[in-house]
Design a protein around this ligand. Structure first.
Ligand SMILES: [Zn+2]
Length: 142
């Protein structure tokens, strides 16, 4: 019997993963509307990474309670939940940032694109360990 399930392999998504690995989608929450413009927003979001593209609603200045920006980041950099900047009247503002999408980081091998459950290194190491245990048991049994 043939399965109708579509299977996506790592090869199928390799290029996309490579692209998205260096990108996050972040929300700048509750920012003063005057700071929603391209120039100010680029500066603020620039504290996290390189802004690539603003959400169309953000870009067309619809009334929003947040700005949504696609940001290019370097891997392994921290992604802060707040950023600090000095506003137009010289006050330091703590700005809340949320991430709609962050790359998945494997806590085991520190690589992006998969979680520890799907880590090939974990599977490999487990296999080797089982093999060792098996050998030890063989020896003990003799
Ligand atoms: Zn891994």
């Amino acid at each position: 019997m043939q399965s109708n399930n579509v299977k996506i392999t790592l090869d199928d998504i390799k290029e996309e993963v490579a692209y998205w690995n260096s990108t996050i989608v972040c929300y700048v929450l509750g920012v003063n509307p005057s700071l929603m413009g391209q120039v100010a927003l680029t500066k603020i979001v620039g504290l996290i990474g390189k802004p690539v593209k603003a959400d169309s609603a953000t870009a067309t200045r619809q009334r929003l309670i947040f700005a949504r920006v696609l940001v290019e980041v370097t891997l392994n950099q921290p992604l802060p939940n707040t950023i600090m900047f000095e506003n137009e009247i010289g006050c330091i503002v703590e700005q809340k940032v949320e991430y709609e999408w962050k790359p998945i980081l494997c806590t085991h091998c520190k690589n992006y694109g998969h979680e520890i459950q799907n880590c090939t290194k974990v599977a490999k190491e487990k296999g080797e360990e089982e093999e060792r245990k098996g050998k030890q048991q063989d020896l003990a049994g003799q």
